[in-house]
Design a protein around this ligand. Sequence first.
Ligand SMILES: [Zn+2]
Length: 133
Amino acid sequence: MDPQPHGEPGARPVGPLEQALHAARALVLADLIAREVAEADVVSMVEDSVAHRRWWVEQWPDGAGFLPGLVAQDVQDALLERYGRWPLCPVCGTGDPHALEVEPELGPDPHWVCHKAGVKVAAVGALGGAMPS
Ligand SMILES: [Zn+2]
């Protein structure tokens, strides 16, 4: 399913930036699958974000470590427009359903946090392990 850049004119070998993009994509997909929203059109939201962030990280390679948090936020925004809040907070059992937020918004080692409870719920990519089964 991945487009194969090999053989295209001017294609570069897979470098650290491409690896970082693949890792970010995999982490966010893992969280989407954990919440059972990895439908085809949702996966395409991830692809759109990765394509956009590929441009971004080429301008600013030092930001490669920020990609998982950025892609997670892009997908969260896209889902909010089309489906609603994601991922819903699994920590607070009462009150209005609310979404977790990525922290830091622009930094390495991003986590999903609940601002209501003031807790880190899981690392981005590890949401599946934080869900009650
Ligand atoms: Zn909460």
